[in-house]
Design a protein around this ligand. Structure first.
Ligand code: NCD
Length: 294
């Protein structure tokens, strides 16, 4: 049974095929490859983009989509997560798409079901479909080969599943990563170059990925104020200047904290293109795993 728990669940070759599919889905209306297939979305954490993106992706491929409203489900009546998953599994879905605040939950669920589990974000651990759409967007921008391209990941890296998944995935395609953050937002051990000074790296990178401060994952406030953070790390038009930089952000953006209004409106900022590509990449991932599972 194939799952997408981390980006390591796909080989490089599979990712290439997946991207070719995503590219074709962007160009021509997709065939109903998942007709009569059932996909359940199970989100224990808030989501704007990821849930709707997965649901739209599934529907465009002709699948039936059921969303379990967790707030009204039996987990609220004391049922364990695994019993909830086992019960959903008994209804015969082809895939369950799971988001949970606890790292490892999608993996644990995958051991209790016989359908594909898609990790839509677990704690600070992983968000594989986001990293795939980020990689897809970067490759599309540079026309394919990204070996040797440098990316600065800026922000709350330590608590970001998006950063974690990108740190696993992008080097497999030859990208070099530099992490830019205040000391308490940097991972304690990392094989990547790190700096606390954004200005230091701007002349050396091709891509900047800005991240949201994950306040919900901080046990107590660890930055005096988001304004202070913005003073050092906000991606402003003034800081970027005329540099030829591709600017990404997984959303939700803290406007004028992560990225300023002027850069958000700048053509170098591809946040909405990421969202558009995300549907196509998720379609390709759903197709790949569900059809592989038979
Ligand atoms: C991210 C997430 O939820 O992990 N958003 C997303 O899925 N596009 C990032 C975040 O919440 O900051």
């Amino acid at each position: 049974m194939r799952h997408l728990i981390t980006t390591d669940d796909l080989t490089k070759e599979e990712i290439e095929t997946l991207f070719a599919d995503a590219e074709s889905f962007l160009k021509t209306p997709p065939p109903k490859l998942l007709q009569n297939r059932l996909i359940i979305t199970l989100f224990f954490e808030n989501s704007t983009r990821t849930r709707s993106s997965f649901e739209i992706a599934a529907k465009r491929l002709g699948a039936d989509v059921v969303h379990l409203d967790v707030a009204k489900s039996s987990t609220k009546k004391g049922e364990t997560l695994y019993d909830t998953a086992a019960n959903l599994n008994a209804m015969g879905p082809d895939a369950i798409i799971v988001r949970h605040a606890q790292s490892g939950t999608p993996y644990q669920i995958s051991r209790h079901v016989d359908c594909a589990i898609f990790n839509a974000g677990d704690g600070a651990h992983a968000h594989p479909s986001q990293a795939l759409l980020d990689l897809f967007t970067i490759r599309k921008h540079f026309g394919g080969d990204i070996a040797g391209k440098r990316i600065a990941i800026v922000g709350d890296i330590k608590n970001s599943r998006v950063a974690n998944s990108n740190m696993r995935l992008l080097p497999r395609f030859g990208m070099e990563i530099v992490l830019v953050a205040p000391p308490h937002f940097l991972p304690t051990a990392t094989p990547f170059a790190t700096t606390t000074r954004l200005e230091e790296v701007l002349d050396e990178v091709d891509v900047v990925m800005s991240l949201r401060t994950q306040t919900e994952r901080h046990a107590h406030p660890i930055y005096a104020s988001l304004k202070d953070y913005a003073g050092d790390y906000c991606i402003t038009k003034e800081r970027i200047g005329e540099r030829n930089i591709l600017l990404l952000h997984p959303g939700p953006v803290h406007r004028n904290i992560d990225i300023d209004d002027a850069m958000l409106a700048d053509p170098r900022c591809k946040v909405l293109e990421q969202v558009r590509n995300g549907v196509a990449v998720r379609m390709a991932a759903l197709k790949k795993l569900i059809l592989a599972n038979g």
